[in-house]
Write a protein that binds this ligand. Structure first.
Ligand code: EPU
Length: 336
C-alpha cells in the first residue's frame, strides 16, 4: 500500500486542471483493502480519464492498482477472463486481439482502467462493456468483503450503472469477469467500420477503430481532455419530430423504447462552437463534444464554457446537455 500526500491533481486527471489532492491511497490487493482503516468513504479513482477536480480535494482518494488476470475455458470457444481493476483497458483490448479473442475489439483506445469500465458502461462503435460482462466484484466499505454482482444487478444503461447510482461511495470495484469468444463476431454497424468486409479479421477492426479514434479524438497525452464531455441527449419521438420541422437536418437514432438519441456533437457544432476557445479551454476542432485544456485552463473558465454550451443548446433546441464527465468539488461531490 502507498499513501501519498498533497499531490498535484494534474497527475490524476487527464483534463489536467491545476489543483491539489490531499491524500491518494493506492492498494493492490484485497487483503490490504480489508485492513484499511476507513473512517469516511474515500473517493474511488481509476486513471482519471473521466474525472475533473475543480477545487483542492480534501477527501482521500483511493485507487485499486492490482493487475492480475486469470482465465478459464467454460466451453470450447468461450473464455472467461477475470481481470483486476488496475489493468489498463486498452492494454486488455490489445492482449485479447493478439490472442484472437472476440468481444471488445471495438473498444480499443478508450482511456482508463478496467475497474472504471463498468462504472459508466464504456461504449464505442456499437459495443458496450455490458455486452461482455459476466460479473463485477465490488468490495464494500460496510461489509469489508467482496460482493459479486451479475450484469442485471449492475443495472447497466447508456453511460450508466448502479456504481454511479445507489452504490456510489459504498465501495470499490476490484475485478471484472468478461466472456470472450474464439468464434468471429464482427460488429460493423457503426459509421467508419461499415466499410470493412463481413469476413474481416479482429485485427482489421482493432486497427480501424484506432485509426477512426485517432482521426477525431485528441490524445490526452498531447492535449488534455476527458473524451466526450456531455452525454448524447435522449428525447421523446414527439419532441424530435417537432424539432425536425425547424431543423430538418437534425440527426437522431431511434432507440428501442421509442425515444431518440440526438448527437450532442451536432447540437454543439450547429451553434458554431467547433474550435471555440475561452481563455485556455475550448471545444476540440475535429469533435466539439470533446472539451480540451490548452494547458493553463482553470475551473472558472471550464465552468463558464460548460454554461455557455448548455445555454446555447437549450435556447436553440430546449435540450439539456448533461455532463458525462465526473466534475468534483472540494468534498469530492458531483458539482452541479
Ligand atoms: N457530429 C457533428 N459534428 C462533428 C462531429 C460529429 O455534427 O464535428 C455529429 C455527426 O452527426 C455524427 C454524430 O455527431 O454522426 C456522432 O459523432 P461520433 O460518431 O463522433 O460519435 P459521438 O456520438 O459524438 C459517441 C461516444 C464516444 C464514442 C463514439 C463512437 C458519447 C457521449 N460519446 O460519440 O465516446 O467513441 O460515439 O462510438 O456517447 C466517450 O465516451 O468519451 C467517447 C469518446
Amino acid at each position: 500500500m502507498h499513501i501519498l500526500h498533497d499531490q498535484p491533481a494534474e497527475f490524476y486527471s487527464t483534463f489536467r486542471l491545476k489543483t491539489r489532492l490531499a491524500t491518494v491511497i493506492e492498494v493492490d490487493n484485497v487483503t490490504e483493502l480489508a485492513r484499511l482503516d476507513i473512517t469516511s468513504s474515500p473517493l474511488v479513482l481509476g486513471e482519471g480519464s473521466n474525472t475533473i477536480f475543480l477545487e483542492p480535494l480534501s477527501r482521500p482518494i483511493i485507487r485499486f492498482t492490482g493487475t492480475a488476470i486469470t482465465e478459464s475455458w467454460l466451453h470450447a470457444d468461450k473464455c472467461l477472463l477475470h481481470v483486476e481493476a488496475g489493468y489498463n483497458w486498452h492494454q486488455l483490448v490489445s492482449d485479447t486481439v493478439d490472442r484472437q479473442l472476440w468481444g471488445i475489439e471495438n473498444l480499443a483506445l478508450i482511456p482508463g482502467s478496467v475497474g472504471a469500465a463498468p462504472v459508466q458502461n464504456i461504449g464505442a462503435y456499437g459495443i458496450e462493456f455490458a455486452d461482455v460482462c459476466v460479473y463485477v466484484d465490488f468490495f464494500s466499505w460496510r461489509t469489508r468483503s467482496i460482493q459479486r454482482l451479475t450484469p442485471e444487478q449492475c443495472q447497466f444503461g447508456y453511460r450508466d450503472s448502479i456504481f454511479k447510482q445507489q452504490l456510489s461511495g459504498d465501495g470499490i470495484i476490484v475485478a471484472v469477469g468478461i466472456m470472450l469468444s474464439t468464434t468471429a463476431k464482427p460488429v460493423l454497424s457503426y459509421q467508419g467500420l461499415d466499410r470493412l468486409a463481413a469476413t474481416c479479421s479482429i485485427n482489421d477492426i482493432f486497427d480501424q477503430v484506432i485509426a477512426t479514434r485517432k482521426s477525431k479524438l485528441p490524445d490526452y497525452r498531447e492535449i488534455a481532455n476527458c473524451g466526450s464531455f456531455f452525454k448524447n441527449p435522449v428525447i421523446s419521438v414527439a419532441e424530435y419530430h417537432q424539432l425536425k420541422l425547424t431543423y430538418p437536418a437534425m440527426p437522431g437514432f431511434i432507440l428501442a423504447d421509442n425515444t431518440v438519441k440526438v448527437p450532442a456533437a451536432w447540437l454543439i457544432d450547429q451553434q458554431g462552437l467547433k474550435g471555440y476557445r475561452l481563455h485556455d479551454v475550448g471545444c476540440y476542432l475535429r469533435q466539439p463534444l470533446v472539451l480540451i485544456n490548452y494547458g493553463n485552463g482553470t475551473s472558472e473558465d471550464l465552468l463558464a464554457l460548460i454554461t455557455l454550451i448548455q445555454d446555447k443548446v437549450r435556447t436553440a433546441y430546449r435540450i439539456h446537455l448533461e455532463p458525462e464527465v465526473r466534475l468534483l468539488d472540494s468534498n469530492g461531490h458531483q458539482y452541479v
